[in-house]
Design a protein around this ligand. Sequence first.
Ligand SMILES: Cc1cc2nc3c(=O)[nH]c(=O)nc-3n(C[C@H](O)[C@H](O)[C@H](O)COP(=O)(O)O)c2cc1C
Length: 339
Amino acid sequence: MRSILRNSYRSTERFFIKRANIGAFRFVATQMAARDLRREAAAVVWGQYFSLHGDDRAELTAIRRDVHRIEKGLVMRPRRVPFGKDYVPALVESIARQIDRDALPPEDLAWANDVLSCYFDVTSEVSDDWVAAARTGFKALRINALGQGLVPAPRSQAPESDVSIDALEYLAIRRRSVRWFKPDPVDREAVDRALRVAGQSPSACNRQNIRFHLLFGPEHTEPVLQTVGGTRGFASQVPAAAVVIGRLAGYRHTFDRHAIYVDGGLASMSFLFALETLGLSSCCINWPDVASRYDAIRKHVALAPDEQVVMLIAFGHADPDGLVPSSHKRGIAYLRTRA
Ligand SMILES: Cc1cc2nc3c(=O)[nH]c(=O)nc-3n(C[C@H](O)[C@H](O)[C@H](O)COP(=O)(O)O)c2cc1C
């Protein structure tokens, strides 16, 4: 009965979509699509709820965003001092609160300390009351961290890279989605190494609201991979997997709702390349954004209400005899458009 209703709902939906070039039909089709988006919208609202209620995870994310905003102000040409009236004082208060709660990760504390120290050096001649109050608040924190030089620096001082375009292109061509693996276990330290590379990826305002939930051994990977449709036939022999999860706490605006997918995609690509250099093959797995899939995966992976699955990644040592699709790519004439 349920499947009859579902099928008739879907065929009604297709009826309107097929005529969506006409306003009234497009309106109905849009309302029907919005119904499917409700679950995701609720996750977005949970993220906003946590942000407005000063939830720790949201505040830690806002701290990262605001430290980065200061960095961007410091690199501005010309530098307009003082800047940040609407976020520097609040940032100092947030840091104080998170230090009290012992919740600020050491790398975030070190970065915030260096950037704020630089900011208050640069504004040392400024007489505005709000700068003075923020400086006093910052000094009162008595952060006992050695300066690590985590401040803006000229590009000429960046470490050189010896990765040639040939080497990078070779790696890109060599990486292909592999679905058949040897049963050999995956070295967890190698995966951490790959995650460190993934962690260097760009992210919107450097928030990095992404985590990789790791699963090792088919007894752990299979039940999770079975929650999606795209692993039919090969889910039972995947030695390791990652569930890429984006956290919406820390985003106050609905228009930022895609950041976790973009950031998650960028970090995942770095992760895949890093795995490849470590002799590990991988395959991304699509995550269907449907309530029933969330119910299923939550039996194996704890997810906060604002957390969204971006995708899954199966990985391990490739079975050398397993066939791999060529997945031939589009030419650059397609990728490139010009005015
Ligand atoms: C977001 C995403 C979802 C994917 N989902 C699946 C999937 O569910 N099942 C699968 O076998 N492959 C999946 N793939 C792998 C694609 O089929 C593969 O990346 C594509 O054919 C290009 O091949 P290549 O990765 O070897 O270059 C997915 C890839 C991406 C990026």
